[in-house]
Design a protein. Sequence first.
Length: 300
Amino acid sequence: MSMSATLRAKRSAGSRLSSADAKARGKVFHVIAFWAFLVVSIIYLVPLLLVLVNSFKGNLFVSQTPFALPNSESFTAGQNYTDGLQKTGFFQALGVSVFITVCATLVIVLLTAMVAWYIARVKAWYTSVLYYLFVFSMVVPFQMVMFTMSKVANVTHLDNPIGMIVLYTGFGAGLSVFIYVGFIRSIPIDLEEAAMIDGASSWQVFFRVIFPILRPTAMTIAILNVMWIWNDFLLPYLVIGSQWKTIPVAVQSYMQGTYGAKDMGGFMAMLVLSIIPIIIFFLIGQKSIIKGVTAGAVKG
């Protein structure tokens, strides 16, 4: 065998060994990553499971043995749920939360899409200023404006569910416009010009050309805002208080109890009921979130 043939054989053997080593390292990495993600998932799921388990236990047992499973002595069947539903006015709070969340989300999704389209297409100094004002609103902590805003809401008669829609639109506009503008700038303007040549008005261009293209992004924004508005406690607590209780406010007021007494079992039961709608909504819309993120990444 010649020297060159020997070298080629050694190189071939070395490449096979390196390929086998790479595959082995890849398998080890996947195994480690799987177990790491599994451990992290369990850590995040344990608090939710504890809430669910304790919602079927008596108040005394929730305090003394919070990590134990219900037994014949501590199990209360659905008593915590029935008591909580009666004492919190859960269904009324559910109606208020659904009304505010759905209406505010629809307004945010539609109006911010219009504003973002105008900012992305009109090249002027005032559109740049408007865009950066929206971006700046994202970095202003709510705690800086919550007291003055609650006073202004009372004076301007926004301390009601309809006023909450207006306030949520203002607080949610910054992030929504920021996401929309980045996506719209990647849409070819030729589509709009072709529609205008065919005689379409600005409204028709937006609703028949632009907004259908924005559907994945709009769905992502809708889901993010639904999860934020549904779980928000501080804004409705400061503005509408006990007159129009949302679910977080109703659950928190039930937690306070009477004369310092706290029904922890009923509180856990109401937490479970308040979590279920948003989990269902997220499971239904999670594919749209992935589509929106993927579309933004590809177009960006």
